[in-house]
Each structure stands twice: as structure tokens, then as C-alpha cells.
Design a protein around this ligand. Structure first.
Ligand code: G6P
Length: 612
């Protein structure tokens, strides 16, 4: 689903090759491959199943072996990391793919929906070596080649259905690389020694802060040290855009994983979220975007997202109802796409996405925009598609997130949603005194989260104690609902252990039948108006010999009902959303570590889901 390409002229790119590959490491999927073609039309093709580092060592080895034998002036190269969609995780399914005569090599990000028909139509002419949709495109390019790669790709693209960005090298003309995009992201940058192309803003932002972001249906022709962009055969003049704030690639320091590091970054991320948006001295929300928005005639909010971002919106829904008195509907983006859209002009459609590239979210936004409704993006990656498509936006300022499972960004999103709801509330019926109280509390939030992080050794111990269980229940009430869903998702995705989030109220309507000493229950029970009812639900589980791990506040008065507990700093119910989420991330992380999982790169998952 993701690839990066660099084009280099008159430079020995041996060391750069491996360096660039490492920039993709954080997006590791199932396999990786690259092809370099140099002036004499020599090719250097390498593929490896597993991490990018497996490919990097193969490349290193090859370079070492062939040292001094040739000049290694590569003209061009394309590289790709694959998240398997069509066909298993094998070397033959790994990109780059090639045409029948091995003249055209191609890498592709996306899905070609009509590949089966295309494959069939070419069956008599070509033998296929892979199960991928991409190989079919390589064959089609050769089949339709009219002596000019640019016009051939234009014609080929007319035959393809659905989203893609792809880049092609013609071994006969290695001085050119042509790439085209429809929906999947693609950016291009002219550096000192060549032109670089990438489908990942974070990877290229390690090299530059300003690049050109291709629009849908645009084609880029890279030639020597120049590039030209075309749309429908016509040349398009476009300057590189200054993307502004870009995140630098993270260092691991002493943490055992990026996921752990990112959880420990939460206090400072919250400071970023509040900085420039809250005036703590005057105790007011102070942000132009929010002020303009809060003045608009908005009668309803509709929040759309997927994955962990969808749990952030769920919390946001409570905030909007509670603090702004605005009805708020929350929808999973894929369900939004599957449903019938009835546009409401006075509704603000809010899209949450860490990457800003998630296919379902992006496509939902297109539908909303096409009906002339107002869109608002809360996105982490600056310059991403969703950020650029939004009518107005705020960044979640979480910095680059390397762990595939989102953590610090979810909390940043929850923070942004809270500020939005308070800003809306300030123009509606929310009392100034209540806003001031919440802001006073928010000032202490980073420290409270820090306190949670200091509990990491205790949380680790408990995770280890619970690591032999095969199932978990995670119980919630009210605002803790999304927290429980997110905690349960983290257990599943990081440790591959079955976990189910369930309403504490609903438990006795069926799932209680599952409770046994071998099926422990995690419960979020901060102090607040639902505290006592949840204690009754816990008693019901205890009566069935169920074990209870409580995420509770320090001053909980019924500690004896829990088998074990993680005590969180005393806060209001509102702030307990942030502290409980952070603690649940640490629990899931250490559970996974105890089970020897690769926490930064859980099996089968991808950081940025750019296909539907
Ligand atoms: C993937 C990631 C999740 C993330 C989800 C939504 O599944 O593994 O951690 O929450 O995508 O991504 P987005 O970038 O839209 O927030």
C-alpha cells in the first residue's frame, strides 16, 4: 500500500539507497522491493519478504560484493513496501512488477478493481508469475506501448478502475520515470542531485519542507533533474508548496519500542495541543479557527473516522452534547460510505485522521464536499490529502507516530475535540465559570498523565500477571464507552488476545454467561455519577468468580471489590478519559511485550490504510 521512489543523476547512490529504505521502515508491511536502472541499462532488482531491513541487508550485501567492479551511477530507482491485498506474502508478489519482456517495471499503491478482466484479456499473450493486480498493469503497459511511455500510461490509466498511484521505469530509457495518481497520495520534490517521489509525506519530509503534492489524475514525468506535471495531456505549472510544520523522524532513545515512547510522549503532546489554543492566564479558548467556526450557524456535528480515530470521535460526541449542547452524530467512515447520505446544510462534518490518508475517511469527505456541505479536518500529518481537502482544519500536533497502533495521536485528537466543544459551548449556553474550571483542570492534565506514566512498572507487573488469559472483557459506562472500546482494540491489535468491550449495564443481558475465572474483566470506573452502579455490576461478575482488574481513581472507596487495580490520579470524570486511555495503552503494550509480540508492527496491520 505504500512506496517511495527516488531518482538520482550522476551520483553514486549506494549509501543513499539503504538510507532511503530505512525511511520506509516505520511503514513496514509484508515485503519490500526495489529496482535501480543505470545508464548502461543494467538493472539491479532486489526483493525480500519481511521487513524493509531484510531488503536493506540484501542490498548491502550485494553492494559489498560488487564493490569497485562498476561505477554504480544509477540513473533511476523505484522502491516499494507492500501490504498484501491480492496474493500472499511472497517474493513473487512483491513489487516492482515487470512486463513480459522485462522492459517496464512498475510499483503501485492502491487496488485495481478490474484487474481480473484485464488479466483475462491478456492471458493468451503473457504468462503471469504473481497473483497481484499490479503485474497486470505492467503487462498492459507493454501491450499498449505506442513508442511513447507517457502517452501509453495515459491510455493504460483510462482502462484502470479505482484508486492507484503508480510509477513506471522503462529500462530502455532509464533517464525517465513516469508516475500517475488517482486518489492514492503522491508527492514530488526536486533535490540537489535529482528528483524524489513518494507516497508518504513523512518519509519525504525528512529531506525537505516544501514539495509538490499531485492532484488526482495528474501525471508527473521525471527527467534528469527536472520534473513536469500533466493533467489530461496538458502541462500544468505548479510551484512546490511550503508545507510548513513537518515532523522529524523519531529516535527510539532508551524505550523498548516506538509505541512505548509515543505513550510516554503524551504529556508533551497535550502541551502542544493546548499551546496557542488556550490562554491559561485568562482561562479562555483562544484560537482563530475555532472562534470563526463557533460563530457559524451550526445546528449539528457529524464526526466521521475509522480505527482508533473513531474512538476519539466517540468521546468528542459526548463533549459536544455535554459542553456545547449541540447534537453530535458519530459514524465509522466505511459505514458512512455504505449508507445513504442525506446532506444537512447546517451540519458541520468533522473528519478525524492521524495520517490524513485513510481511504474510507477521504472518500466520505468527497461525498460530503460534493453535496456542498461544510467539512472540518482534525489531522496529524500536515499536507495530507484530508488536511488539504478540508474547508477548515486543526492539526493534532502529535508529531510523527511510528507505532502502527495509534496512541498519542488519539489522545491529541480527544484534546482537540474538547477544545472545539468548549469553544462552541462558549458561544452557546456553557457558563464562563464552567469553562474556566475546565481550563484550570486542563492546565494540570500533562502532569496527571505524567503520574500515570510513572505507574508504568506497576502496570507492567499486572500485564504480566494477566498475560496467560486468552480472553478479556472490558466494561464501561457512558463517557468511558469509547475508552473501553479503544482499550479493547489495543489489546487485540498489540497482543493478538481476544477482548470484548461491553456496557456494564448490558452484561446481564447475555455476555455474563461468558464470565468465569478464566475470563477476566477489565473495568473503567473513575469517580463520577455512574460509579456506584458500576460497583454493582462488578459485584455481579465477582459472584460468578470472575476476576476484576479495575482502572480506578486513587480515592476509590470500594477497592476490595477488585482483584487488582491500577490507581489513577484523582481527576474529574472528564480528565479521567485521558488518564484511563493512557493507562490502558500501557497495559496493552506490556501485555503484548510479555507475549513477545512485535508491538510497533503488529501482524497483518498497516499504519495508513489507503485502500478501501
Ligand atoms: C490503521 C491504524 C490505526 C488507525 C487507523 C485510522 O488501522 O493501524 O492505528 O487508528 O488506521 O487511521 P487514521 O490515520 O485515519 O487515523
Amino acid at each position: 500500500m505504500c512506496w517511495i521512489f527516488a531518482y538520482v543523476w550522476t551520483e553514486d547512490c549506494r549509501k543513499n539507497l539503504v538510507e532511503w529504505l530505512r525511511m520506509l521502515e516505520y511503514r513496514w508491511y509484508d515485503s519490500a522491493g526495489l529496482i535501480c536502472v543505470w545508464e548502461e541499462k543494467e538493472i539491479f532488482l532486489e526483493k525480500a519478504v519481511g521487513r524493509v531491513s531484510a531488503l536493506a541487508s540484501k542490498v548491502d550485501e550485494k553492494i559489498e560484493k560488487e564493490k569497485n567492479e562498476q561505477s554504480w551511477l544509477f540513473t533511476s530507482w523505484i522502491a516499494h513496501t507492500r501490504w498484501a491485498t491480492h496474493g500472499g506474502v511472497t517474493e513473487s508478489n512483491t513489487h516492482p512488477h515487470y512486463s513480459g519482456s522485462q522492459r517496464f517495471y512498475i510499483v503501485h499503491n492502491g487496488i485495481i478493481e478490474n484487474y481480473k478482466e484485464l488479466k483475462k484479456s491478456l492471458e493468451t499473450k503473457y504468462t503471469y508469475y504473481s497473483e497481484t493486480d499490479t503485474e497486470v498493469v505492467a503487462k498492459l503497459i507493454e501491450d499498449m506501448y505506442d513508442g511513447n511511455l507517457k502517452s501509453t500510461i495515459e491510455k493504460v490509466s483510462e482502462k484502470l478502475t479505482w484508486a492507484y498511484s503508480l510509477a513506471v521505469i522503462d529500462v530502455q530509457h532509464p533517464e525517465h520515470i513516469i508516475a500517475i495518481k488517482l486518489w492514492s497520495p503522491l508527492i514530488v520534490w526536486k533535490g540537489e542531485n535529482g528528483v524524489y517521489l513518494s507516497s508518504d509525506i513523512n518519509a519525504l519530509s525528512q529531506l525537505t519542507e516544501s514539495f509538490t503534492i499531485l492532484e488526482d489524475n495528474e501525471m508527473v514525468v521525471i527527467e534528469s533533474k527536472k520534473y513536469h506535471i500533466y493533467m489530461a495531456w496538458e502541462r500544468v505549472q505548479r510551484e512546490a508548496e511550503e508545507v510548513g510544520e513537518v515532523s522529524s523522524m523519531s529516535e527510539l532513545w532508551d524505550f523498548s519500542s516506538f509505541t512505548e515512547k509515543e505513550i510516554f510522549e503524551i504529556p508533551s503532546i497535550l502541551e502542544n495541543v493546548f499551546s496557542g489554543r488556550i490562554n491559561f492566564e485568562e482561562k479562555i479558548i483562544h484560537n482563530e479557527t475555532l472562534e470563526v467556526l463557533a460563530e457559524e450557524e451550526i445546528e449539528k456535528i457529524c464526526i466521521i473516522a475509522s480505527g482508533s480515530s473513531s474512538f476519539a470521535w466517540w468521546v468528542g460526541g459526548y463533549f459536544f452534547r455535554k459542553y456545547a449542547g449541540v447534537p453530535c452524530e458519530t459514524i465509522i467512515s466505511s459505514e458512512f460510505l455504505a449508507d445513504i447520505f442525506l446532506p444537512e446544510k447546517k451540519t458541520l462534518y468533522v473528519f478525524l485522521s492521524q495520517s490524513g490518508e485513510t481511504a474510507d475517511v477521504r472518500e466520505s469527505m468527497k461525498i460530503v464536499k460534493a453535496k456542498g456541505c461544510k467539512t472540518f479536518g482534525i489531522v496529524n500529518v500536515v499536507g495530507s490529502t484530508i488536511a488539504r481537502m478540508s474547508d477548515a482544519w486543526l492539526f493534532s500536533h502529535a508529531g510523527i507516530e511510528v507505532g502502527v497502533a495509534s496512541t498519542k495521536n488519539v489522545i491529541a485528537q480527544v484534546g482537540v475535540l474538547l477544545l472545539m466543544a468548549l469553544s462552541f459551548g462558549s458561544k452557546r449556553n456553557l457558563q464562563i465559570s464552567e469553562i474556566r474550571d475546565i481550563i484550570t483542570e486542563l492546565a494540570s492534565l500533562p502532569d496527571k498523565i505524567q503520574e500515570v506514566c510513572l505507574k508504568a512498572p506497576h502496570i507492567r507487573k499486572l500485564s504480566e500477571k494477566y498475560a496467560h488469559y486468552k480472553h478479556f472483557f472490558v466494561l464501561w459506562r457512558n463517557m468511558m464507552y469509547p475508552v473501553a472500546l479503544e482499550a479493547s482494540l489495543k489489546i487485540k491489535e498489540l497482543s493478538y488476545v481476544h477482548s470484548e468491550a461491553y456496557s456494564a449495564w448490558e452484561l446481564k443481558h447475555g455476555p455474563l454467561a461468558l464470565v468465569s475465572p478464566e475470563f477476566p474483566t477489565i473495568v473503567f470506573n473513575p469517580s463520577g455519577k455512574h460509579y456506584h452502579k458500576t460497583i454493582s455490576n462488578i459485584e455481579e461478575v465477582r459472584a460468578r468468580e470472575g476476576k476484576i482488574l479495575g482502572f480506578i481513581s486513587k480515592n476509590d472507596t470500594h477497592k476490595e471489590v477488585y482483584t487488582d487495580c491500577i490507581e489513577l490520579p484523582d481527576t474529574s470524570e472528564l480528565l479521567s478519559v485521558f488518564t484511563s486511555l493512557t493507562a490502558s495503552y500501557l497495559f496493552a503494550l506490556y501485555l503484548a511485550e510479555k507475549l513477545w509480540r512485535d508491538v510497533d508492527k503488529p501482524r497483518n496491520l498497516a499504519k495508513s490504510v489507503t485502500v478501501e
